[in-house]
Design a protein around this ligand. Sequence first.
Ligand code: NAP
Length: 272
Amino acid sequence: MKTIFITGASSGIGKSSAQLFQSKGWNVIATMRNPEDGKLFANLDSVLVERLDVLDSQSIQLAVEAGVKQFGKIDVLLNNAGYGTCGPLEAATSDIIKRQFDVNVIGLLEVTKAILPHFRKQQSGILINVSSVGGKVSFPLGSLYNGTKFAIEGISESLQHELSLIGCKVKVIEPGVVATDFAGRSFTFYNNENLTEYQRLLPLIFKFFEESGRKALLPDQVAALIYTAATDGSDQLRYVIGNDAQDLIGQRQTLSDGEFTKTIKNKFGIVP
Ligand code: NAP
């Protein structure tokens, strides 16, 4: 029986993934900041709910130890915990900047580091990092979020080389917009209306979010792709899902930097 360790399993993509892997006969270590949120897993022997805040190193170590103790090994790590931010960089406080990178990037590295000794010992393992279309394509006012997801892409691409030496694979999931708590309680918007030059971008980006939200994927669809990444046995690194993500990433790959920038500027009504 295989075991998956999931961060951010309290809601959205993480929760759907925990449910799907459990239904497929896997052991699931469903980690979350508040274990109360894992009540729906309470009566399932194959699911261990553990407290884990990616900002708290001790909670990471304890959750990994508890998972290994319960199930003997961990086959797959799903680094899913994360949240979004949006706004003009000049309006972002140091706390907002640091927290975005601490949760989305440093936290992911810390959890990965805590699991790697187990992967190395068993000479196998699959590391799955949840990136985003925003890890390949950047949007206006997304400097922090895009920065974190671009970082995850670079981290994953690099790690696949060293981890191949210990029999491990790396996978990156790049969803478009997904209907979860991401755009609601998990989102931090920052602004300073005195920064008048940037204000005209705000209604444009909100309109884009609203339109994208109407075509959003369901978290179950992303969970199904994560299951494929965990089980297809391939060396494929990237898995894209969502028409919006496929279109934008496709354009990013085929157009020059200049042409692509123009496309984004047109999309958001920014006159060069
Ligand atoms: P979500 O429903 O808001 O889930 C976010 C999860 O991250 C929650 O479980 C949340 O825990 C957890 N989290 C936040 N800060 C944490 C911390 N410090 N330590 C541990 N867990 C923490 O949103 P989602 O859409 O499923 O997001 C999951 C991942 O998908 C994120 O990495 C996000 O960037 C990525 N993604 C989302 C979309 C989208 O459109 N929804 C698109 C592309 C990529 P709490 O319940 O305790 O807050």
